[in-house]
Write a protein that binds this ligand. Structure first.
Ligand SMILES: [Zn+2]
Length: 245
């Protein structure tokens, strides 16, 4: 019998509790399923000592995540916290569509409650020490206990597409950072989401797809479904929550 990757329990107060089966051994990636190969010339970015592809990965397929935004925390140019949740979900969907990963959001209780704990903060110790840090993320199973996996500095101006007022593209940054969160490393093509310098491209390249499939195997989603996601995704306006009148 196969043990499920994640079990949901109901607490006496009616709330749900997700418990991971951390000792599950994830099957090795089926390399024959990888639909994309690394394009010629696109490789691991080495000047920052990025590890090799496949160095870090989760050993289970169902990845839980939680989102913590301090009450009253202002995120410039993104007035509705619901939009942050949608951007996080869209970023994870980018990686899910090409791999066997599934992502399940669970309620935030602590920085250690989920596989990926995501925080928006203006007072994170890393940002206090280095005010230029815009965001940071730990690779799977490398974060210290009590620390968040992926943190975004709200002292910066963020927007959903990076197009107004010299804001930073939150969708792009989330895709890049949460890519690290599932084990992806920096690569050399300036179009790659995992390219180490900020840019505005938010659609995975052949190299990005190769990386996630190397770690987790390829998805069975039909091409039309993937295309449909990115077609809608590019119309970010449609994702916005309109303020109630
Ligand atoms: Zn990076």
């Amino acid at each position: 019998m196969t043990t499920p990757a994640c079990i949901v329990y109901k607490n006496p107060d009616g709330s749900l509790k997700f418990v991971h089966q951390q000792n599950i051994t994830y099957p090795p990636p089926n390399l024959s399923q990888i639909i994309s190969q690394p394009p010629a010339g696109d490789t691991v970015y080495t000047p920052d000592n990025s590890p090799q592809i496949g160095t870090f990965r989760f050993l289970h397929k169902t990845i839980t995540y939680s989102l913590f935004i301090k009450q009253g925390q202002v995120i410039n140019d993104i007035p509705h916290q619901h939009n942050i949740a949608i951007a996080v979900h869209a970023a994870l969907t980018c990686w899910k569509l090409y791999s066997t990963l599934e992502f399940v959001q669970i309620p935030y209780t602590s920085a250690d409650d989920a596989d990926l704990t995501i925080c928006f903060s203006d007072s994170d110790p890393v940002f206090i020490q280095d005010p230029n840090a815009m965001a940071y993320t730990y690779y799977p199973n490398t974060k210290p206990q009590g620390a968040f996996t992926s943190v975004y500095n709200t002292k910066y101006l963020w927007s959903e597409d990076g197009k107004f007022n010299f804001t930073n593209n939150l969708n792009q940054t989330l895709r890049h950072e949460l890519g690290h969160g599932i084990g992806m490393v920096h690569t050399t093509n300036p179009k790659d989401i995992m390219y180490p310098f900020y840019h505005n491209d938010i659609i995975p390249t052949a190299m990005d797809i190769y990386q996630v499939q190397f770690n987790y195997g390829a998805s069975n989603y039909p091409k039309w479904m993937i295309d449909a996601f990115f077609k809608l995704d590019s119309k970010l306006e449609e994702f916005k929550v309109q303020p109630s009148a």
